[in-house]
Design a protein around this ligand. Structure first.
Ligand SMILES: Cc1cc2nc3c(=O)[nH]c(=O)nc-3n(C[C@H](O)[C@H](O)[C@H](O)COP(=O)(O)O)c2cc1C
Length: 145
């Protein structure tokens, strides 16, 4: 909606690249969904950003999750992140959907701000203090075989 979650996504991609982890970033609001779906089959980890929207997941991210479920994708590791204003729900709901698909949640360190099962929620504008994409990238790295 306003670019805070997108900013976090770009920071995560930068942190992953800095750690030497191959990655690909997609804007679900602007790209054809098939571009991102192609990469779901290429990589073993999915990190989705979605702001909280009407008590739930922002529609483009929800559509993407449904598209993954419809293809019976198995064996992925998963984490989520997103901005909210008054009550964070998108990350929790994304994590629940990922678990329903049998994906393994990547847990964040216990002491970081905004920690939720399988991800990080942050209020309003993105900042590394409110949403450590460095920590998320390290957690992803820790799960690599
Ligand atoms: C139509 C609409 C619905 C929203 N619904 C919620 C909500 O249910 N809970 C909440 O905490 N924030 C809600 N927000 C606020 C956004 O989550 C918040 O502005 C967030 O920072 C937007 O993230 P973004 O910059 O990544 O788009 C809503 C915003 C809009 C425009």
């Amino acid at each position: 909606m306003y670019g805070n979650t997108a900013k976090a996504a770009r920071c995560l991609a930068e942190e992953l690249t800095r750690l030497g982890i191959a990655n690909s970033i997609h804007d679900l609001c602007r790209e054809n969904i098939s571009d991102a779906l192609r990469d779901v089959f290429k990589y073993d980890t999915i990190a989705i950003g979605s702001p909280t929207y009407n008590g739930g997941i922002f529609p483009p991210a929800e559509t993407f999750m449904r598209a993954i479920a419809a293809r019976s994708v198995k064996g992925r590791k998963f984490c989520a992140f997103g901005s909210y204003s008054w009550a964070a729900t998108s990350v929790r709901q994304l994590a629940e959907q990922a678990q329903d698909m049998g994906f393994e949640l990547i847990e964040m360190p216990e002491d970081i701000a905004g920690r939720q099962p399988g991800g990080i929620s942050f209020p309003h504008a993105y900042s590394p203090e409110k949403c450590s994409m460095h920590a998320m990238a390290e957690a992803i790295k820790g799960k690599l075989a």
